[in-house]
Design a protein around this ligand. Structure first.
Ligand SMILES: O=P(O)(O)OC[C@H]1O[C@H](O)[C@H](O)[C@@H](O)[C@@H]1O
Length: 542
């Protein structure tokens, strides 16, 4: 945490210890307006945090925390193009990618909007050409399938959003290959016809080993089917490293750029979103950007305690740094948001999983929490046991749409909603021993087993609800989470926009490859690593 918030944080901690455990059941019973007072809205987007252990004083102190941390000034610095990514000396302007206003956005004095609009237009023309068949494969056949090869931020965003918006997908089918494991690309290509397939190589740096290796495999697949000269018509690329793309042999007109002011995990709004645009069309992709832009405007202007990302960040920080809860579960009650937890894992944990502060000193206090989850209702039948009765308290974030996309299956949507709301109610209410005993007695059951049916309750959750998962609503939801991560980073004192922690593993993998291949011996490696290499080499024989 940053020193500036020390005094208020201490007050929060003292207040928390004095009032804890804040009895939420009693709080609801004693305040019929608790939902009204501890929820906030932006149009049809609702954040209900009334089932978190906060009272008036908590919220007052969290508001003070925002003031002490200069949150509004830091937010404004991000939007204005200040180089807040200090370790890489870069601006952080993913918000410019979805700027739908006429206002310029400057990085180092230069307005970045013209180049952003030019790439968006080029993407739109390409996506439209694929859809209407004017951009075809080398043998003249229409492109029916698109394979995006990328990893991390160059995969999770398009993969998550394409699945989320499948009711809006009317373009070519999109597929995603990310893992270095050859099984991934082998399984993907096995289903496809090279004559009707376009491959997008998506990599900010165009050096990532997984992406470059899979791209080479795909290139061979295309060339073997139709000859080397067909490659150009079956590839496109997305990158900030245009020189490296040219070396791969992809024509200029099929290269879509973005810029260093866009972090990988914040890049879905850039050309990295090309698979999404191809799938849903440029118009709906525009609505997706519009939703995020709307949330940006809200983040920039709403007072702290009415500001959804500020509230989400302050509550998240409170849970982590004051309540000392080390993880949070994100449970979308939407099968199409199945990849949202994975997307948020990168967004949140790659941003705030750091023990070094912005100034290079050791972080005082915790870093960001572990983020995990699975869709409801499946997760209820898997790990909700632990959420309800385990010894650790894990705040849950429920996500639910009022409307589904299947009007004929309204009953199933009602069941989905009922389950979502019931879980947060159960976590909060719990069930006392007396209640369990009374219920068992009424049912003629063995009352001695009542302790197994006790739920401590008072377990925190918040709910994010909205009308329907449209492109607009999804853009808004992602932007909400992006800014939440930003808010928490300011309070932790972390630079949310670098990711040095992923480098060591990459370096060691490069050093180990010749050992695995038997070209070097394992000298200098620890006995575990050497022993594992020996085992695998032995088992590879025969
Ligand atoms: O887009 P690329 O340059 O290929 O990078 C892909 C991913 O790999 C890196 O290791 C980072 O951890 C991610 O932040 C990044 O999104």
């Amino acid at each position: 945490m940053i020193p500036d918030i020390g005094r208020t944080l201490t007050k929060l901690q003292v207040h928390h210890v004095q009032t804890m455990p804040l009895d939420m059941r009693a709080a609801f019973a004693g305040d019929p307006d608790r939902f009204e007072r501890y929820s906030a809205r932006l149009d049809d987007l609702l954040l209900d945090y009334s089932k978190c252990p906060a009272d008036t004083e908590t919220m007052h102190l969290l508001q003070q925390l925002a003031i002490d941390a200069d949150l509004e000034q830091k937010r404004d610095a991000m939007f204005s193009g200040a180089h807040i990514n200090a370790t890489e000396d870069r601006a952080v302007l993913h918000t410019a990618l979805r700027n739908r206003s006429d206002a310029p956005v400057r990085d180092g004095g230069k307005d970045v909007m013209p180049q952003i609009r030019a790439v968006l237009d080029a993407m739109g023309a390409f996506a439209t050409g694929l859809s209407d068949g004017t951009i075809a494969g080398a043998t003249g056949k229409r492109i029916t399938d698109v394979v995006n090869i990328g990893i991390g931020g160059s995969d999770l965003g398009p993969a998550m959003t394409c699945q989320a918006l499948s009711p809006y997908c009317d373009g070519p089918a999109v597929h995603f290959v990310s893992n270095i494991d050859g099984a991934h690309i082998a399984d993907a290509l096995a289903k496809l016809d090279p004559e009707t397939t376009l491959v997008i190589v998506a990599s900010k740096t165009f050096t990532t080993i997984e992406t470059m290796t899979n791209a080479a495999t795909a290139r061979k697949w295309i060339a073997e089917a139709m000859g080397e000269e067909a490659v150009g018509q079956h590839f496109a690329a997305v990158s900030t490293a245009l020189d490296k793309v040219a070396a791969f042999g992809i024509g200029q007109e099929r290269v879509f750029g973005f810029w260093d002011f866009v972090g990988g995990r914040y890049s879905i709004w850039s050309a990295i979103g090309l698979p999404l645009m191809i799938a849903i069309g440029p118009k709906r992709f525009g609505e997706f950007l519009e939703g995020a832009h709307n949330l940006d405007n809200h983040f920039r202007t709403a007072p702290v305690l009415e500001n959804l990302p500020m509230l989400l960040g302050l509550i998240g920080f409170f849970h982590r740094a004051v309540c000392n809860w080390g993880s949070r579960a994100v449970i979308p009650y939407d099968q199409r948001l199945a990849r949202l937890p994975a997307y948020l894992q990168q967004l949140d944990m790659e941003s705030n999983g750091k023990s070094v502060a912005v100034d290079g000193k050791a972080l005082e206090g915790p870093s960001g929490p572990l983020v995990w989850g699975e869709p409801g209702t499946n997760s209820q039948h898997a790990f909700f046991q632990l959420l309800h009765q385990g010894s650790d308290i894990i705040p849950v974030e429920f996500i639910i749409a009022a409307q589904g996309h299947e009007p004929d299956l309204q009953h199933q949507h009602d069941l989905l909603v009922a389950n979502c709301l019931a879980q947060s109610e159960a976590l909060m209410r719990g069930r006392t021993l007396e209640e369990a005993q009374a219920q068992m007695q009424a049912n003629g059951a063995d009352v001695s087993l009542a302790p197994h049916r006790v739920f401590a309750g008072n377990r925190p959750s918040l709910t994010i609800a909205y009308k329907k998962l449209t492109p607009y609503a999804l853009g808004r939801l992602i932007a909400l989470y992006e800014h939440r991560v930003f808010v928490e980073a300011q309070l932790f004192g972390i630079n949310a926009f670098d990711q040095w922690g992923v480098e060591l593993g990459k370096e060691l993998a490069t050093a180990l490859l010749p050992v695995v291949e038997g070209k070097e011996d394992a000298e200098g490696h620890d006995s575990s690593t050497a022993g594992l290499v020996a085992f695998i080499q032995e088992e590879q024989k025969g």
